[in-house]
Every structure is written in structure tokens, then in C-alpha cells.
Design a protein around this ligand. Structure first.
Ligand SMILES: Cc1ncc(COP(=O)(O)O)c(C=O)c1O
Length: 369
């Protein structure tokens, strides 16, 4: 049996008619930018996320960039960010000319470690960017306490964790301005590029709204030096259809993760995902770790099982960031994760038999070592 890393089939086939109807309404509306679909999606996403405001943005990276900009982070300000995130979080900081301060993760949860944040705060620090990596909420209570103590802004990178919570409060509702991605493969994915900023602060929402639209509230009146970072109206229409199903899809993701946890317990030298007791996980990715990662991935591929590495090279070792002067050994926890992590197939609709097949192959691999 072949098991692809990701399949949209179970999500998209049953929704085809509704999606086509949404497209037709969009088509017939004759209004293709920042129209009623955007407003309606923003209202519904904000309500679902328990935040006062949601502002649709072109994609997740732009949502991160515009969040930092709206909070007044600028050149020379230091922004604390995980050493083991997807490069987009770092790029947002570079986009506004601020200084990246990498902070190592907790080796258990893989999320930014609040103890290490405390040690990295200097008088130049202005912002913390926790990333809810793989779908697990960061220790937001401690992070918000640290931010309040040191007068720092918080921008959550909520690209991977739609619906996760810490102490019952959703990701994307803790920080001052928070970015979410609706890239197609995300738990709530558009059929193209899309993202959003969520916030509980009216003045931040207003600023983000202006910044995404050339710095303008009233047409041809420009208050700020803005961008064109508007969400695509068609994507907003399609996302509204998909939003109605996210809780069901998350439940399925959790069930599959539970099957993996049971079937992979005690197999080889695998490290399985660990969830902090106060956090919930929405399993955007189910990431195992082993020093035999490369051989295991090859073996799985040869047996029809898809897998991916999130992420093979940490940002500080990417060519794009050689100018920061880091080298191998600068952030050993992030580097070790990059060398050992492997994401297994996990998508709504994946069957128990498929999960068993993946685990059977992993077992076979460790038995022949
Ligand atoms: C952690 C993280 N941050 C930011 C992004 C950027 O989102 P987008 O691809 O929508 O720009 C992604 C997704 O690619 C991500 O995984």
C-alpha cells in the first residue's frame, strides 16, 4: 500500500460543489478585491479564533512582516525568534531591517524555550516571535509574562497551529499582532496564497488594514508608507467554506497522531512528539526523531511511504543568512533537530490501515538495522 505524505482528496472532493458555488458567487459579484467575501471570512475567522479582529493578508510571510511593522518594530530593534523555525519567521524580521536574536527550543516540545528567552533579552530587545511549531502551542503564559516585564511586543507565528491552545486560550489570540498562513498544505489551507493577522487591539487592526492597502483607509489618501498585501478575494471565499470543517479535520489529525503514538511506542530509538501538559497540538505535522533519519526516509520512500523533513537546514546555516556570521555549532539544539527530524504522512481522511502500514515499514526498518 502506498501512503502519500499529503492528500487533499478527503477534504476537497466532498466540498467540490460548495467551492464551485462560492466561486460562482465571487465571479458574478463583479467585485474582486477586498469585497464581501473578505469581510465575511475575517469576521468568521476572528470569531473562531477568539480574537476581536482578523485582517486578511496576501500570505503568511507578509502577515508576519506587516505585524512587526504595525507594532513599530524597526531597524536596530532586536527580535527574539526560535533558532529552529521555518525561514519565513526570520525573513519577516529581515524585511523590516530589525536584528534577529535566535533562541534555542526546548528539546522536548521543539518550541521556543521561555528560559532561554529570559537569558537572551537585552535592552535593545523589542519583540518576541514565538512559533507554534508543527501545530503545538508554545508556553504562551510565560512568554507573555516575560514580554510584560520587559515591555516587549509579541508576534505569534501561528502558521502551523490553527486551533491549538495553551491553557485553553487559542494560539493567535495571545500576542499583540499574530500571523497565520493559509498556504494550501496548512491545516486550514487556501487553494493558492493567503494569510491573516489576528489581534485584540483596535489600533493595531486599523494600522494593519491600512498597511495592507498602500497605507490607505480612504481611496487615494495615504496615511502610511504601506504595501499591497491584501488577501485575494477568491481565496477568502474558498477559505470560508473550508473554515466550517477545520474542527472536524483537527479531530481527525489528533486521532491519527494517537494511532502513531500507540503503534510507534518503543520502536527503535525513535523520539515521538511530546506535548506540554498545558498545551494542545493540532498536528500540522507529526514529527519523529532518530539518528537514522536519512536511511529511514530512504527506506520508507522505497516502500511507497512519503515523508518530508521540516526543516533540513536551520535558518542560521542557510546561505541567505551567512551575513549574520553564525556557523555550525552556533545553535546545537536546532542543528540536531534538523539532522534527526522526519515528518510522517498525516492528513484528514488518512485511514488506520494506512497509519499501520507506515508504522509496519518503520518497524521493519529498525528490525533490519
Ligand atoms: C512557521 C511558518 N511561518 C511562516 C510561514 C509562511 O507562510 P506563507 O507560506 O503563507 O507565506 C510558514 C509556511 O510556509 C510557516 O510554516
Amino acid at each position: 500500500m502506498k501512503v502519500p505524505f499529503l492528500s487533499f482528496e478527503h477534504m476537497h472532493v466532498p466540498l467540490k460543489k460548495q467551492m464551485q458555488e462560492a466561486f460562482e458567487k465571487f465571479y458574478d459579484s463583479g467585485y474582486y478585491v477586498l469585497g464581501n467575501f473578505t469581510t465575511s471570512f475575517e469576521e468568521q475567522y476572528a470569531a473562531w479564533n477568539h480574537t476581536k479582529y482578523c485582517i486578511g493578508i496576501s500570505n503568511g510571510l507578509d502577515a508576519l512582516t506587516i505585524s512587526l511593522k504595525a507594532l513599530g518594530i524597526s531597524a536596530r530593534d532586536e527580535v527574539l525568534v526560535p533558532s529552529n523555525t521555518y525561514i519565513a519567521t526570520w525573513l519577516a524580521i529581515t524585511n523590516i531591517g530589525a536584528k534577529i536574536v535566535p533562541v534555542e527550543p526546548d528539546p522536548q516540545t521543539c518550541n521556543i524555550d521561555p528560559r532561554q528567552i529570559a537569558e537572551a533579552i537585552t535592552p535593545a530587545a523589542k519583540c518576541i516571535m514565538p512559533v507554534h511549531l508543527y501545530g503545538q502551542a508554545c508556553e504562551m503564559e510565560r512568554i507573555m509574562q516575560l514580554a510584560a516585564q520587559h515591555n516587549l511586543a509579541v508576534v505569534e507565528d501561528n502558521a502551523q497551529a490553527h486551533g491549538a491552545t495553551f491553557k485553553g486560550k487559542p494560539t493567535g489570540s495571545w500576542g499583540h499582532a499574530n500571523a497565520v498562513s493559509f498556504y494550501p498544505g496548512k491545516n486550514l489551507g487556501a487553494l493558492g496564497e493567503a494569510g491573516a493577522v489576528t489581534t485584540n487591539h483596535l489600533h493595531i487592526a486599523d494600522t494593519v488594514k491600512m498597511l495592507r492597502n498602500y497605507g490607505s483607509k480612504v481611496k487615494y489618501m495615504n496615511e502610511l508608507v504601506g504595501y499591497n498585501m491584501r488577501i485575494d478575494e477568491l481565496q477568502a471565499a474558498l477559505l470560508t467554506v473550508k473554515l466550517q470543517h477545520i474542527d472536524n479535520w483537527t479531530a481527525q489529525r489528533r486521532e491519527i497522531a494517537g494511532w502513531y503514538n500507540d503503534l510507534l511506542k518503543g520502536v527503535g530509538n525513535l523520539i515521538l512528539p511530546v506535548t506540554h501538559p498545558d498545551a494542545t497540538h493540532v498536528y500540522h505535522l507529526y514529527v519523529i526523531r532518530t539518528k537514522h533519519r536519512d536511511a529511514l526516509q530512504q527506506f520508507l520512500g522505497a516502500n511507497g511511504i512519503g515523508s518530508l523533513i521540516h526543516y533540513p537546514i536551520p535558518p542560521h546555516l542557510q546561505n541567505a543568512y551567512t551575513f549574520l556570521g553564525y556557523h555550525k555549532g552556533s545553535f546545537p539544539i536546532a542543528e540536531q533537530m534538523a539532522e534527526t527530524c522526519l515528518s510522517l504522512p498525516l492528513w484528514p481522511g488518512m485511514s488506520y490501515a494506512m497509519t499501520e502500514e507506515v508504522c509496519f515499514r518503520i518497524n521493519s526498518f529498525f528490525n533490519q538495522l
